[in-house]
Design a binder for this molecule. Structure first.
Ligand code: ADP
Length: 491
């Protein structure tokens, strides 16, 4: 908008009309005081100022405008009929005018000057705005840089206070921060700790995970720089995401050497104890059988009932000890699998038969669904039957209010595998605990008091299936039931 200041109303009017005819927005003031008031309140791109006015003349107005930061940049064109001599013109420029037009005004000249100043001022304003925005952005960036730096410092401080070895890597997998504990196992920030010759190389394992964008978790022995001893550590490296892409990685080494040693001692103890228990138990079993035959007890007598009970308990004890022995065999890599082509359907019916014989028929109903796999598959018959008996026993054990169990088979020609599943309608397993049930000695806490067990049956099953190059798994809904399954490759 342009402000025209003139005490002469007809001049004001004619100039206003002239500028408005060229689409300029125009405001007017008929005195210096009014002009100052308006200039401080509104934003003008240009002021056309009559020099000769009563009370406050044009020079005074221009000088006052130059004192205010809001108005000091606004260009001024002086209009004057009289002050045309050099002295006045000089004063006009000194008081802040950008140009000088003498009366009578040549409309074409005035319009040309107005257009030029108007455009210049508009560009000026636009440039200032851009500059202001830029300054704001620079300020914002500087502030966020400062915040980010303090966040990183805070994060590093946190890593420093951890009892573990902690480090970070950039998106290229290069170590860019290590805490003090790192140096107990490495002599430089760039080098990962040296691993035991029998353990995997950290860098190779990490690169594999980095390429797939997956976290790394590894139990590994690393060498202490001072003592040169290898200690077991749990290495975890996790990706940190920023807007969907990996920004960097955070890693820790947790010392689990004590835990590993205790585990090893426990395994050794279990192995010795189960071996030592097995021998007398086998004798007890044989003598009870002998006693049973010698005594020739009446089948309905209470004594015969006691002998049967003793034999039942011996059988339970035998299963427990055999399971413990299996665990130690697995630990020592000695669980042998003798594969030969076997009809899987026979194995399944044998397992079902065994379960029905050892359970009250009124309490258990086993349904058989799916296409029966009448094919020969290379497998260890005894071990696969053991897996099935384990699944079926669990299905019955963990379904105290339902006696229905279903065994389903499915041959997947495309994947070249057969899938056997055992479904029950029992207590079910919470979602986040399902994967853990195949771990050694794991029992679901909520049901562990109500049902007896050692938490090793499923661990043995998963090892047996692993050695057959198959998979085990479970899907379950709490309170509705579970389906445990395993797959076996057809060849
Ligand atoms: P155990 O039954 O001796 O505890 P397992 O290794 O056979 O040991 O099973 C591990 C755990 O998995 C069990 O303690 C139980 O909590 C859970 N589980 C196994 N089978 C079932 C099932 N069919 N329904 C519900 N929970 C089950």
């Amino acid at each position: 908008m342009i402000l025209i200041v003139d005490d002469n109303q007809s001049n004001l009017y004619s100039l206003q009309k002239l500028l408005e005819s060229k689409d300029f927005q125009v405001d007017t003031a008929d005195s210096g005081e009014v002009a100052l008031g308006k200039a401080l309140k509104n934003d003008y791109a240009l002021i056309i100022l009559d020099v000769q006015m009563p009370d406050m003349d044009g020079f005074e107005v221009a000088e006052t405008l130059a004192d205010y930061s809001k108005t000091k940049e606004v260009p001024i064109i002086f209009l004057s009929a009289v002050n045309t001599d050099k002295k006045f013109i000089t004063r006009g420029y000194a008081s802040g005018a950008k140009d000088y037009v003498t009366k009578p005004v040549d409309p074409e000249i005035l319009l040309l000057k107005v257009k030029t100043f108007y455009n210049l001022q508009e560009q000026n304003v636009a440039m200032k705005k851009t500059q202001q925005n830029l300054e704001l952005e620079v300020k914002g960036r500087r502030e966020s840089q400062v915040t980010m730096k303090s966040q990183i410092d805070h994060f590093h401080l946190m890593l420093e206070s951890l009892p573990q070895i902690a480090f970070t890597l950039n998106d290229q997998g290069i170590v860019d921060f290590v805490n003090g504990k790192w140096y107990q196992y490495s002599d430089s920030e760039q080098n990962f700790p040296e691993t035991h010759p029998d353990d995997p190389v950290i860098l190779e394992e990490f690169e594999r995970c980095r390429k797939r964008g997956k976290a790394l978790e590894l139990e590994i022995r690393i060498k202490n720089v001072g003592s040169e001893d290898y200690r077991y550590h749990l290495l975890r490296v996790t990706p940190v995401y920023d807007e969907g892409r990996i920004k960097n990685w955070v890693g820790t080494f947790t010392d689990i050497d004590g835990q590993k040693k205790a585990e090893k001692e426990k395994d050794e103890f279990l192995s010795i104890a189960s071996h030592e228990l097995k021998t007398p138990l086998t004798s007890i079993k044989a003598y009870v059988q002998l006693l049973d035959r010698k005594l020739k007890l009446d089948k309905d007598s209470s004594e015969a009932g006691f002998v049967t009970k003793v034999q039942g308990q011996i059988e339970k004890l035998n299963t427990l000890i055999t399971d413990l022995l299996d665990v130690s065999k697995i630990e020592n890599g000695k669980l042998k699998i003798n594969k030969k082509p076997v009809n899987l359907e026979n194995v399944i019916s044998n397992a079902i038969e065994t379960i029905l014989q050892t359970h009250d028929e009124n309490k258990v109903k086993i349904g058989r669904h799916g296409v029966k796999p009448d094919i020969l598959i290379p497998l260890d018959e005894i071990r696969i039957e053991q897996v099935l008996i384990n699944f079926l026993t669990n299905a019955i054990k963990y379904s105290p209010h339902n006696n229905q169990v279903i065994v389903t088979t499915f041959v997947d020609e495309e994947a070249q595998e057969v899938r056997v599943s055992v479904t029950d309608f029992g207590i079910g397993i919470p979602d986040f605990k399902q994967a853990a049930v195949f771990r050694k000695f794991y029992r679901v806490e909520e049901s562990s008091l109500q049902f007896q067990g050692m938490g090793i049956g499923l661990f043995i099953c998963s090892e047996i299936i692993k050695q057959h190059h198959g998979n085990v798994g479970v899907s379950s809904i709490l309170g509705e039931g579970s389906t445990f399954y395993f797959t076996l490759p057809l060849n």
